[in-house]
Design a protein around this ligand. Structure first.
Ligand code: ZN
Length: 313
């Protein structure tokens, strides 16, 4: 195993501070490899303007594939694609490979087959530089999903919210600042929710009907103030933790059941890559991808304000 891991088997991320930028990436136990990667991050990734880097890793036999996605952020979001490294653990060598590019093509017409098994993909914590690509993949397969957005991010990305709404995605409320709301009083909880609903309304002219409190944490105060059904999940893809598209994919494919609500994050490249794998596999296995609203509607369950739902069965 080439990654340094702690007792919970978590990948340890190393922080590189490159000029004004903090870059997080997997830390390698081999110095030669670590120096090679950190050299790339320190020197290659510098340009004027804001650079954001995230990554996707996966393993295949003795090989680890590590891809960095670089986003240069100015007035408008621009991405220059990605750089990949192959790390061979049999001889501790590392090499850089060609850029990869996304290509998305045809749109298929949407039809919901009520007799099929159904799942709802949900995406939290956006919108950010990656969200628009997630919407493009969903549109490519004519799939609808639900995005629980943060007010603090939505306010600066109203065009992405508009694209979500125009693409028929459901938009839910994920609070404004992603606080652990159980530690706050009712007034603060109320403003975190209402300020977010306002931003969503101003971008889409629709008020969100669903709440997902940050961290999925709920207490009686939150239930009382919510004024909406509270939607959590029953499959956590752990995309936020591992940034590993292969792992995210197998976790979903191995665990999925009819009526599941799946937690992903639209803000990571690894989640985007996993999504492109998950959709065709589960479609072949007979699943329909629906919004939260559709899921409960087709399962004959009516959602009640202040009540918590983690699946529809
Ligand atoms: Zn969140």
């Amino acid at each position: 195993m080439i990654f340094i891991v702690d007792s919970d088997n978590d990948v340890i991320n190393k922080e590189v501070v490159s000029l004004n930028y903090d870059i997080s990436y997997p830390f390698f136990s081999n110095d030669d490899i670590d120096n090679y990667i950190s050299g790339y991050l320190n020197y290659d990734s510098y340009i004027d303007g804001n650079v954001i880097i995230d990554y996707d890793i996966y393993d295949n036999d003795n090989l680890y594939y590590l891809t960095f996605y670089k986003y240069f952020w100015n007035d408008n979001m621009v991405s220059d694609g990605s750089d990949s490294f192959v790390i061979d653990t049999s001889n501790n060598s590392v090499s850089r490979i060609n850029k990869t590019n996304y290509e998305y093509d045809v749109v298929i017409n949407r039809k919901i087959d009520k007799s099929k098994r159904m799942i709802a993909l949900t995406f939290d914590d956006g919108p950010n530089y990656n969200t628009s690509k997630i919407i493009d993949v969903l549109n490519k397969y004519d799939i609808k999903a639900t995005f629980f957005v943060l007010g603090s991010r939505a306010i600066n990305n109203k065009d992405i919210l508009k694209k979500m709404a125009d693409s028929g995605m459901e938009i839910g409320n994920h609070t404004y600042n992603h606080l652990l709301l159980t530690k706050y009083d009712e007034n603060k909880i109320r403003s975190e929710i209402e300020d977010t609903s306002e931003v969503i309304y101003s971008a889409t002219k629709k008020r969100p009907k669903l709440l997902r409190p940050s961290y999925g944490s709920v207490n009686n105060k939150i239930k009382k103030v919510a004024n909406m059904p509270i939607i959590i999940w029953d499959i956590d893809t752990l995309d936020w933790k591992y940034h590993n598209s292969k792992r995210i994919t197998s976790r979903v494919v191995n665990k999925v059941r009819d009526g599941d609500i799946i937690l992903m994050h639209d803000i990571y490249s690894a989640s985007l890559n996993a999504l492109s794998n998950i959709i065709p596999i589960l479609q072949d296995n007979g699943y329909e991808f629906v919004t939260i609203d559709e899921l409960f509607y087709y399962k004959g369950i009516s959602l009640e304000n202040g009540k918590v739902y983690g699946y529809a069965r």
